[in-house]
Design a protein around this ligand. Structure first.
Ligand SMILES: Cc1ncc(COP(=O)(O)O)c(C=O)c1O
Ligand SMILES: N[C@@H](CCCC[NH3+])C(=O)O
Length: 431
């Protein structure tokens, strides 16, 4: 019943919508935000963050589930702090991300540490902080963690990230669970590697982990991976290795345009069913969702600087660029583009390429969008809460955009726009 009401709320809850002919974030107009903070500007909805978290909370159905937010999707401290206060842990992939968790008052005891290239200092910092678990991605890493834990006189909690060789049916660049990918260890080798880990004195085996890719819209790839994980856990049991958790990673997709991704409830219901059938319902389930926690909680607000037509091709040149949002040119990714004050025209709307000012032909945010536009208009690039600011750069010596969080009628500036001086003030001339 709770799920039913939740789904109902989610279908009507729109965090970015037109009010009085102007696009709003919750109850603040994007025009006002552009006026107050300038553009390009990242705008996040606090309610959308809460709703995304709540969708996982409901999906857990009161069972032992730990959501370790995949913070690479959006690691602004205010967002981490928000999730931490809701009870999440974090999936980190670097010592830098661990430092962010600590700065955001997150709980290191709820941190899992993934990544194929953990350096000595990062392992030391994670042991000092007392993280929940290292998701170990190679035998060489196991040995390194064992050695460092020994030097510190502690036992390192570990889980092997296994590569189940399943097709996540997503973009090849963001698929991670195929045998050609660099991630994890071959699932067929895992029993032997676990046996070696068991013999290492400074390791404590606590779980098993896999993450098969990102922007996954169907449940079947998860279930294919889960079948293999269940077989592995049974094999480990027969070797006398018992685990306390199973981490199925993140990867659940969002709607960018017309996708209908599975919901957390659909995913977890199927996972619980498979675990119960295998008599493994006692395991804690760890999840590492990133995109589905933040993707549709943010937009990138940008202003049209110029419109021009080159040999019948229409361009809207905006003040945001590939340095602010690289997903379109990197993955050919689609982001909806919404005018903040939609215009109506009697003639059919021309098809615009929305491009930035950077000196690269790949500097585009959207292609062939039928829009009525004029110089000075504001546009919202939608679904820009995930892998947007975190993948931004200062290419062309462009300061990174400011970030604000809207909460009903209030606005919190959670990262000011970078100043020009800050872009080069640590650089030095040589005598
Ligand atoms: C190990 C790991 N966990 C979690 C995530 C988060 O994935 P997503 O944002 O697709 O939920 C990623 C990124 O794909 C990842 O590499
Ligand atoms: N950065 C990617 C996803 C990679 C996920 C990290 N493993 C995106 O924008 O879709």
């Amino acid at each position: 019943m709770l799920n039913f009401y939740f789904d109902l709320i989610m279908t009507v809850a729109k965090h970015f919508q037109l009010k009085d002919d102007t696009l709003h974030a919750e109850n603040v107009s994007l025009e006002q935000l552009a006026h107050d903070f300038g553009t390009p500007l990242y705008v996040y909805s606090r309610q959308a963050l809460h709703d995304a978290w709540y969708s996982y909370h409901v999906a857990a159905q009161g069972r032992d589930v730990l959501v370790c937010y995949g913070m690479k999707a959006n690691s602004n401290l205010a967002i981490l702090n928000e999730f931490s206060r809701l009870g999440t842990g974090f999936d980190i992939v670097s010592g830098g991300e661990l430092a962010r968790v600590i700065a955001a008052k997150g709980d290191p005891a709820k941190v899992v540490f993934s990544g194929v290239g953990k350096q000595r200092w990062e392992i030391e910092a994670a042991l000092d902080a007392g993280i929940k678990c290292f998701n170990v991605e190679s035998e060489a890493e196991l040995e390194r963690i064992n050695q460092i834990a020994g030097e510190k006189g502690v036992k390192a909690p570990i889980s092997l990230r296994v590569n189940p060789d399943v097709d996540a049916k997503t973009h090849p660049y963001i698929s991670t669970g195929l045998k050609d990918n660099k991630f994890g260890v071959d699932i067929n080798e895992a029993p032997a590697i676990y046996a070696r880990a068991q013999a290492m004195p400074h390791l404590e085996i606590v779980g098993v982990d896999c993450h098969i890719g990102s922007q996954i819209t169907e449940i079947s790839p998860y279930l294919d991976a889960l079948d293999k994980l269940i077989a592995l856990i049974k094999q480990l049991q027969s070797q006398g290795i018992t685990l306390s958790h199973l981490d199925i990673g993140g990867g659940l997709g969002i709607r960018y345009t017309d996708e209908t991704p599975a919901t957390p409830t659909e995913l977890l219901s199927a996972v619980f069913k498979a675990l119960d059938a295998a008599d493994l319902g006692h395991l804690q389930l760890v999840l590492e969702p990133g995109r589905s926690m933040v993707g549709n909680a943010g937009v990138l607000l940008t202003r049209v600087e110029y419109v021009k037509t080159n040999q019948d091709k229409h361009f809207a040149i905006v003040d945001a660029a590939m340095n602010d949002l690289i997903r379109p040119t990197l993955y050919d990714a689609w982001h909806d583009v919404e005018p903040v004050r939609p215009r109506t025209g009697s003639a059919p709307a021309p098809a615009y390429d929305i491009v930035g000012p950077i000196c690269e032909s790949g500097d585009w945010l959207a292609k062939d969008r039928a829009l009525h536009l004029a110089q000075g208009d504001l546009l919202a690039i939608m679904s820009a809460g995930a892998y947007a600011f975190t993948m931004s750069s200062q290419y062309n010596t462009r300061p990174r955009a400011a970030e604000v969080i809207v909460d009903d009628q209030s606005v919190h500036l959670v990262r000011p726009r970078e100043s020009l001086e800050s872009l080069f003030d640590s650089e030095r001339l040589i005598d």
